[in-house]
Design a protein around this ligand. Structure first.
Ligand SMILES: Cc1cc2nc3c(=O)[nH]c(=O)nc-3n(C[C@H](O)[C@H](O)[C@H](O)COP(=O)(O)OP(=O)(O)OC[C@H]3O[C@@H](n4cnc5c(N)ncnc54)[C@H](O)[C@@H]3O)c2cc1C
Length: 422
């Protein structure tokens, strides 16, 4: 790009939101054909996150998306989502030659099972409609030209670009080496926006040595996770927990992690407990254990628990509780039985930290949704300046929801940016 170029629309960030915005802007501008649209990205090769997403298969969206799948201002999130439904996403990808398939979990993937299909289609559509993508162009500063309607001067790693309107789609802080290192928040702040505390979300958690996770590394099981902040339950969810060599992961842990990270950031006491009999409390599990003791008095504790739990886990938990796996169930003293029951239904996880930005799939926090017009994604503070994607204070749970947010906000911003300013 010419070091002093002038364009109509500059989009900063060629991730999911930036590419969607570029395509919708390019298509909206098509009739007049007059608009020059440029996407600047700091990375030498674009699309890193799309390529690693969904284990390399890109979980594009989910067949049932509602505001309750997200955290943030749900009234605004609902409005944004209603402007671009899952049906619209499916049709939009089909129009780019990408057929999606639904898996049992409700997640939608490209039929090729390759994230590359998704990235290629987005880039190809940009090329078809004349959008210029400029990789290796990291934006360092955005200045507003003095006259309020005059546009912006964008300073980047190869010079300066003047644009009438700007869409900021720089993502959050997760996987900083992909190019999304949080600098977009600084750019937004310098233009007058606020940024709420940002913490890793959808991130695995690290446990202290007192726990038995290492022995179970690789094992998955169904668990109910309850997160208590200042003694109050702020989140309760059931799903698959994966034990790892450093702690816990898997969908249920990833989804709950934002609450632990936020409380930690805010210095609030937080506790995450596992219930290995989802949906049942200690009082409800006790009768089952007592019945087992009556019916099979000589059967070992390990064998009894392994009827309802993975054997390796049962052995580890029994040891953790200070009991013996080979003890005949009828011989288990009441005190030990109650301690075991408490661990089975309300086991506190000794979380020492999250795995950090290199492992987080998304960012919780960002530019408050109240600072943008949800019909257009235009900033309420800076006319002609738009925001889309993960930079906004909205994070979805695992399952394709974060991409749906990127497509929806990208579409709103892309279409609006081409409308004449009022
Ligand atoms: C391992 C992993 C797996 C995931 N899997 C899924 C999944 O299957 N489904 C799902 O819905 N979500 C998934 N996500 C989340 C999803 O990838 C993100 O929510 C989504 O990519 C956000 O899109 P975005 O365009 O807002 O930001 P990003 O994709 O982060 O793109 C931002 C772009 O801006 C560029 N940029 C940043 N700063 C500057 C600057 N100063 N100047 C120029 N360019 C800049 C970056 O280089 C980057 O290309 C996953 C995330 C990770 C990390």
């Amino acid at each position: 790009m010419h070091p002093m170029a002038t364009v109509d629309i500059a989009i900063i960030g060629a991730g999911a939101a930036g590419l969607a915005a570029a395509i919708f802007a390019g298509e909206a501008a098509k009739p007049s054909g007059a608009r020059r649209i440029v996407v600047l990205d700091g990375a030498k090769t674009i699309g890193a996150k799309i390529l690693v997403s969904g284990g390399g298969r890109c979980n594009v969206t989910h067949d049932a998306v509602t505001a309750t799948d997200y955290f943030g201002n749900r009234r605004i999130i609902k409005n944004v989502l209603s402007a671009f439904s899952v049906k619209d996403t499916i049709a939009w990808f089909a129009s780019m030659g990408v057929a999606l398939k639904r898996e049992e979990t409700g997640k939608l993937f490209p039929v090729t099972d390759k994230a590359r299909t998704v990235l290629n289609a987005l880039v190809e559509r940009c090329r078809e409609i004349g959008v210029t993508i400029s990789p290796d162009h990291r934006v360092i500063k955005i200045d507003r030209l003095p006259d309020s309607d005059a546009g912006f001067v964008i300073h980047h790693s190869h010079g300066v670009l003047t644009a009438n309107r700007v869409i900021l789609a720089t993502g959050g802080r997760s996987i900083p080496k992909s190019g999304s290192d949080g600098f977009g928040f600084t750019l937004a702040r310098r233009l007058g926006h606020t940024v709420t505390s940002t913490v890793p979300a959808l991130v695995p958690l690290v446990l202290g040595d007192a726990m038995f996770h290492q022995a179970l590394s690789g094992l998955s099981q169904e668990v109910e996770l309850n997160t208590m902040v200042k003694g109050e339950c702020v989140d309760s969810r059931t799903g698959s927990l994966l034990w790892t060599h450093v702690g816990i992961s898997g969908p249920v842990v990833m989804d709950a992690s934002r609450f632990w990270c936020l409380a930690q950031e805010q210095g609030e006491p937080v506790e995450v407990c596992g219930n290995f009999f989802p949906g049942q409390n200690q009082e409800q599990v006790r009768p089952w254990l007592m019945e087992q003791a009556r019916e099979h008095p000589r059967r070992s504790l390990g064998k009894i628990l392994a009827q309802r739990l993975p054997q390796r886990f049962a052995e580890s938990l029994i040891q953790h509780a200070g009991c013996e796996s080979l003890t005949a169930i009828a011989q288990l003293p009441k005190k030990e039985r109650e301690h075991l029951l408490s661990l089975l239904t309300k086991c506190p996880f000794p979380i020492v930290q999250d795995r950090g930005w290199n492992y987080a799939e998304v960012t919780a926090g960002g530019v408050p949704l109240e600072e943008v017009n949800f019909r257009t994604m235009e900033s309420k503070l800076v006319p002609g300046f738009y925001l889309a994607g993960e930079i906004l204070d909205c994070d979805g749970r695992i399952g394709g929801f974060n991409f749906q947010w990127a497509w929806a906000t990208g579409r709103l911003a892309g279409q609006a940016v081409c409308r004449p300013q009022v």
